[in-house]
Design a protein around this ligand. Structure first.
Ligand code: SF4
Length: 966
């Protein structure tokens, strides 16, 4: 807008007219919408382009995720686009692995090499391909590709991220936090946030907290460290790491003791009334009593007979042991639960010292959430109808909402802790009600969904696809992927007796297992966007050694071939034999699909795309296009036509539109049908991507008001979910307070059934497959003598793992890290701000500088995650503060637990799901000698700069393009 300066000043009389001032200069000659990818939150953005280059990024105000909000990372996307760390051309290793000595090759040669390697594997034993991806957002494609290739050895990063949170949610409530659920920011009265500093759900979380604050609702943060969101919490509880389960179960104890539980909700929507057989030593002990059709039974307290818990006329009992007509004894699941948690061992006095939270505080918090749930009930003037046809005139809710993520998840006891949190929500009746946790469509789904992991002996063979997806939800020992002797079939040992419910796989174990040929050898390790030679690995130095280790007899690498795809020069690039350079997120098509992890909110399903807003100025290709091309060259049925041609010659954009997972269901739900008239299900629409672009690159559908709450039991919603293809049948989804699948594994450990664990695993399965949540000490505790501090990492708001540590703007915010130490502990150790210290675990030691702080648990030290880089990585100056002043805590974390009886070593992970137990780390700190100050340790040989990358300029400036490499 141009305004005369005289009018701006409000004067003008007597002065000569002056030149108008441009107060809103046009910064761009074109604006394109797409989806941010500077973290996993997937906000909508508007990218301003000037002369074909990215000039400015702003939030899309119409977008359902961020409503215009953009964070520091999102706006710094411009510096990601013009980062000096961008790879520029396919690379073939010419020196030793790990030296980063490459030559540039053309794409044809790169694809020929990959096709030859992968083709040999597929035609002999497809399991010899391990295909794992990091924090990419195309798992609906990559999982499909793996199953078409025929390998079960596939997963994404979830196993080392927060699979405990996801698995506990999916097995318990048929949904989960973040992508599958959200706090009801509009109505909650008390919000409890567990183990979250800066979340995956970043901008929505900030907006939600602002909404809470404006309404005066209470916000309690439970976190060892008071950073990020905790800084604005009304109450911060600096819990000791790994004890969240104790705290949560103490709240459960208090609520049960006070009778502050929603018995109607429990009886109607959960399996609390389902009868559990009591037959110690018997084959059915701990399983649900079922009728002849396999339906679970409850006890009808009016008829005094077994009943159908889902029938409207049944009056289910929640307590009391009963004798079934066939003579078996049984009790409601609620009865068992109450017996357990009313035990004084779960009371506040018993857990206060260990959690670091005073007993009186625990009692008060329990009373406060009970008050909010039962005295501040939310009543919406909105009728709805339940599955049995009962009409409810109002929608009534218990306004206590919770959210949690990696802080409670990344422990060896994380699965049960996360289940305990869902149990607490159920007791309060606070799931999918006004003020509570709310599902995001396409969730809820049956808990768990029916899909099982494929990879059994008969499902795999040379030259053919695998009969099913590589990931799924085991319900019983028969679903495990194990050999006849019980040893694992997958390279990561997911879905074996070592981690039966590893529903996101165990990427963190792949390199060590492949190196050890345990359980089998592999030929090719194919990784995408996963910095496994640095911040995505435990035992980081050991992992680098394993990637370069050779077989003594043959002299060949123990992991024979490594293919790696990445857009940037991460540490992992140096360990690849073949590098496939990816584009940036602003240069490619992408999709955020309902088949994967969509962008829905509680009031409606939504998905989104990325469109290329600029053309690559380097010889790089979108990884998704490369995967499609490889699939076609390999003749994979989903990717090649019968005549041998590519099924999607137009690349990923064509795949997004044309591919159908089942008739009418594709990657995108909006504008389906020949003319774009259908939503959810419908024929492919050639104009679909244009329709998305015209609509800001997203699609969203609004639920009817009567469909929005109690989705697990809401007839109108369930009918809608079937019509949209979200679920198969419009049947109520019962919340699983008692998790029967766990008991099936436990019975196997007790010697029942055909599929039983090998002797070495029996005690472990018996112990940890408890159908009710329980707390146990993290496994490292036993080895913790001499290591008095818990050590954890947090992700800052302005940096997403190592993604941003080559970004010129974000580096200015977080160019180095410090070890934050409780001030009192530092004083006791004689440490002052800025001192150099050695940080030692049972596995190794690193050196860094300390900073003292008050807002941290007295037994905990912490640092920012992945600020420390290997010298030369990210095309940073080897003397950059990320390399010289910064440290990586990963070096201290062992990938295996100490040997147990019999010598077996388990992964450093949760025994139920295989989730990497990053946060179980214990350390001691000692002041470094004066001569040792000044440089972080360990220091690895600087990585050489690969061909195609130029020495970074002294200053990376906005708008200044990198000159092409010489
Ligand atoms: S939170 Fe920030 S970085 Fe993440 S998607 Fe949104 S704008 Fe991008």
């Amino acid at each position: 807008m141009t305004r005369p300066i005289s009018r701006i000043r409000g004067t003008g009389g007597g002065h000569a007219p002056q030149k108008p001032v441009e107060t809103s200069p046009a910064v761009s000659d074109e604006v394109k919408t797409t989806t941010c990818y500077m973290c996993a939150c997937r906000c909508g953005i508007r990218v301003h382009l000037k002369d074909g280059a990215v000039r400015y990024i702003e939030g899309n105000r119409d977008h359902p995720v961020n409503k215009g909000v953009l964070c520091a990372k999102g706006s710094a996307g411009i510096m990601q686009q013009y980062s000096p760390a961008r790879l520029t051309k396919p690379l073939k290793r010419v020196g030793k692995r790990g030296e980063a000595t490459f030559e540039e090759i053309e794409w044809d040669e790169a694809l020929d090499i990959a096709t030859r390697w992968l083709g040999e594997v597929r035609e002999t034993d497809p399991r010899r391909l391990a295909f794992f991806t990091g924090r990419d957002q195309s798992q609906a494609l990559t999982g499909w590709w793996a199953s078409q290739f025929g390998t079960p050895n596939h997963a994404a990063h979830g196993g080392f991220c927060s699979v405990n949170m996801a698995a506990a949610g999916i097995y318990t409530i048929g949904g989960s936090f973040w992508e599958f659920g959200v706090p009801d920011w509009e109505h909650t009265r008390h919000f409890l946030l567990f183990g979250v500093a800066e979340d995956h759900d970043s901008n929505p979380m900030k907006a939600g907290l602002a909404q809470l604050k404006a309404r005066g609702a209470k916000f309690t943060s439970i976190n060892p460290v008071r950073t990020g969101y905790s800084a604005i919490a009304d109450e911060w509880l600096g819990i000791t790491p790994g004890t969240d389960g104790l705290f949560i179960l103490a709240l459960v104890h208090e609520l049960l003791r006070a009778g502050k539980v929603d018995v109607d909700y429990l009886a109607r929507y959960t399996n609390a009334p389902w009868l559990v057989i009591r037959d110690p030593g018997g084959t059915e002990d701990g399983l649900f009593a079922r009728d002849s059709a396999g339906r679970p039974l409850c006890w009808d307290r009016v008829r005094e007979a077994p009943g159908d818990p889902l029938a409207a006329e049944t009056a289910p009992a929640l307590k009391g042991e009963v004798t079934l007509p066939d003579g078996r004894r049984a009790v409601p699941a609620f009865h068992m639960m109450a017996e357990r948690y009313l035990d004084p061992g779960h009371g506040p006095d018993a857990v206060a010292a260990r959690t670091g939270i005073p007993a009186a505080t625990i009692r008060r918090v329990a009373a406060e959430i009970a008050h909010a749930a039962f005295e501040q009930v939310v009543e919406l003037d909105q009728p709805w109808t339940d599955w049995a046809g009962r009409r409810h005139d109002k929608t009534i809710g218990r306004p206590v909402a919770m959210h949690a993520m990696r802080g409670i998840s990344a422990h060896a006891n994380g699965f049960h802790t996360c289940r305990a949190l869902h149990l607490l929500q159920m007791l309060l009746g606070a799931i999918d009600c006004p003020g509570g946790f709310r599902y995001k469509p396409p969730f809820p789904r049956p808990a768990p969904p029916a899909a099982k992991p494929a990879g059994h002996a008969g499902q795999i063979g040379p030259g053919r696809p695998m009969a099913g997806p590589p990931l799924g939800f085991p319900m019983a020992p028969e679903d495990l992927l194990v050999e006849a002797d019980g040893t694992p079939r997958r390279i990561d040992k997911a879905f074996s007796w070592e981690a039966p419910l590893a529903v996101h796989g165990m990427m963190h174990t792949v390199i060590a297992n492949a190196h050890n040929a345990d359980p089998h050898e592999i030929d090719t390790l194919f990784l995408y966007m996963a910095n496994m030679a640095w911040n995505s690995a435990m035992n980081t130095a050991g992992t680098m050694d394993m990637l370069t280790a050779r077989d003594e007899a043959s002299g060949e690498y123990r992991i024979p071939r490594v293919i790696y795809a990445d857009a940037y020069y991460s540490e992992m690039v140096a360990y690849a034999d073949l590098v496939l350079p990816d584009t940036t997120y602003l240069e490619r098509w992408d999709c955020i699909s309902l088949l994967d992890r969509p962008i829905s909110d509680a009031d409606g399903p939504a998905d989104a795309i990325r469109q290329p807003v600029v053309a690559p100025d380097r010889d790089v290709r979108p990884f998704q296009d490369v995967l499609l091309a490889l699939g076609a060259r390999l003749g994979l049925p989903g990717f090649a036509r019968e005549d041998g041609g590519a099924r999607y010659p137009g690349g990923y954009a064509e795949y997004l539109v044309e591919h159908e997972r089942k008739p009418g269901v594709g990657m995108l739900a909006g504008w389906r049908g020949a003319n774009g008239e259908a939503e959810g299900q419908g024929a492919p629409n050639p104009g679909q991507l244009d329709a998305y672009i015209a609509h800001g690159c997203y699609w969203r559908q609004e639920l009817e008001p009567g469909q929005r709450y109690f989705k697990h039991a809401n007839r109108d919603y369930l009918d809608y979910a079937v019509a949209m293809g979200f679920i198969d049948a419009a049947e109520p989804i019962t919340l699983q307070l008692y998790c029967e699948p766990l008991q099936r594994f436990r019975l196997a450990a007790r010697g029942h059934g055909a599929a039983r664990p090998p002797e070495v695993h029996r005690t472990r399965i018996e112990t940890y497959f408890d159908p009710l949540p329980f707390w146990y000490a993290p496994f490292d505790e036993g080895e913790a003598s001499g290591f008095p501090f818990h050590a954890v990492t947090q992700r800052p708001a302005a940096m997403y793992h190592s993604w941003g540590s080559h970004n010129a703007w974000l580096r200015q915010l977080h160019g180095h890290n410090r070890l934050y130490v409780p001030a009192a502990a530092a004083e006791a150790e004689g440490l002052a701000d800025g001192d150099w210290v050695w940080i030692t675990s049972r596995h190794g030691r690193v050196k860094g500088r300390v900073r003292l702080m008050e807002g941290v648990n007295e037994r905990t030290v912490w640092t920012w995650n992945a600020i420390g880089r290997r010298a030369g990585a990210g095309n940073l100056d080897p003397a950059a503060p990320e390399a010289r002043e910064s440290f990586l805590l990963n070096h201290l974390i062992e990938d295996l637990l100490p040997a147990r009886e019999g010598g077996h070593r388990y992964a450093n992970a949760d025994p139920v799901t295989g989730q990497a137990a990053w946060y179980d780390l214990r350390v001691r700190i000692e002041k470094a000698a004066p001569a040792e100050a000044g440089e972080a340790a360990p220091a690895f040989a600087p990585l050489a700069r690969p061909p195609g990358l130029r020495a970074p300029p002294a200053m990376v400036r906005q708008g200044a393009k990198q000159a092409p490499a010489e």
